[in-house]
Structure formats: C-alpha cells, structure tokens
Design a protein around this ligand. Sequence first.
Ligand code: 5RP
Length: 263
Amino acid sequence: MTPELSPIDTAKFVAAKTAAGFVQSGMRVGLGTGSTAAWLVRCLGEMVQDHGLKIQAVPTSSRTAQLAQDVGIEVTTLDQVGWLDLTIDGTDEFDPEFNLIKGGGGAHLQEKIVAMASDQMIVIADISKEVQTLGAFHLPVEVIPFGMKTTQKLVEETLISMDVLGRGTAFRQADSGLFVTDEGNHILDLNLGRIGNAYQLSLALNQLPGVVDNGLFLDICDKVIIGYGDGRVDVRDAKTGETSGNRIDLAEKTNVFTDMAED
Ligand code: 5RP
C-alpha cells in the first residue's frame, strides 16, 4: 500500500529515487545524512533486496550507517574502499553555481570527506533548498571542545572583515545539552543572512585552529536533482549547464513505503 506522502516528502522521495537510478552494481557509494538522504538509503535498500543490486556503501554518519544496515545495504568504511564512484547527499542550500551549505544534521565533516573522495557528488533536494545567494540557512562550523568559547570569539572576530550580512553565532543545542557530532565535537552555527564571498569565508574559518571544518561545499557538487511535490524531478548538471525533466510514477508499487510503515 502506498501511504499519502506530504508534498515535501514526495519531493524528497522523487529526488532520491531519481538519484538511485545513477547507482549501478559494483559501485562504491557514499551515503549522505538527513531526511532526503534517508529516502535514498531506503530506495537503495529496495534495489539491493528486490533487484540484486550489489554495492559497497560508505555512510556519512552513525544514523545513516544504522539505516543502511536496517535495509540490507552492505556498509564499509572509506579507508576500506579508498575511493568512491559516487556520493549522493542532501543539502540545506544550493546556489546557481552548485555551491552548498550543509551540516543542518551536524554531519558535514564526514559528508565533505566522503564527497571529496568521490568521482561524482549528486545532491538531492526539494525546491525549497534553492537560493540565489548562500547564507539564509545558518552556516555550521564544527569546533573541537577544547577552548571552544575562545574559538567562538576568534570566529566572531574573523566575521568582522567578511562580506556577510549578519554575524550572530550560537552553539547548537540538543535535548540533553550541547549537540555532539559523531567525532565528539560541537557545532557553532553562524547566522550570516547572506554570504558575499563563500571562498574567502571558508578559507578564513578553516584557518582557525579550533575549527575542524565548515559546512560550505564549494566546487564539489556535480549534479543537483530537484524534486517537486507533484512528482516532477529536474536533473541539473554542473558541467554541461543542462537541465532535464522527468516525473516519477507515485502509484508504482514499492517496498520503500512498506518499510517505513514498519519502522
Ligand atoms: C546533514 C546535512 C543534510 O544533508 C542537510 O541538513 C539536509 O537535510 P534534509 O534532507 O533533512 O533537509 O547536511 O549534515
């Protein structure tokens, strides 16, 4: 039975399903983190279980690793496989140059390492993630716990000379206190409003000793697959500049929804 999906879940699902079509047997595949990436993992799980797809998957978080195992995908590590054919991940924002802000789920460090170790990165998103200029979404910065308040001050001083609209910073909270990443670090969220020069900002932030990495993904993404609430999909290619349209048949029988109902 196909449950009624909300327009936003439909958009995420159709983007993920289209991206899953780029995955072939024998590939080493990076699996992103977040609600859109979770749809991808479910689609790939179905392809593994029902259609004999054979892949080696490198998850970008403990959450994704758990889900991948739950749906029957063989999980390995980046160091085991060394290099990946393809990484598919969600995003918090993408701009016309295919640059991204990621890390809304606090996993951008592993996500960037995995994406940069891949021949190709495909981003899957609903249309609400499209922006003309990056920065409306907070920019996550992963910071080591030692001296974290001093690092926050250094980040704030750095922002003074940057081309940004706002300069607010706040450590991300979880239910039980400070948010902790899979690496045991914290996330400093920067409320910048608009980022005028993302390359300069990314370099400046990453030069600070307590900063591990920031959520700007610049010149990494090769394709963006955009899903819409009515089942339409656009595939935009960074190299060719071309966009192709498609539509996913939502009435098609799939175990992806059955698996969800059983969760
Ligand atoms: C996690 C990420 C996610 O890809 C990003 O937050 C998008 O998540 P969602 O698909 O749930 O909107 O970067 O660190």
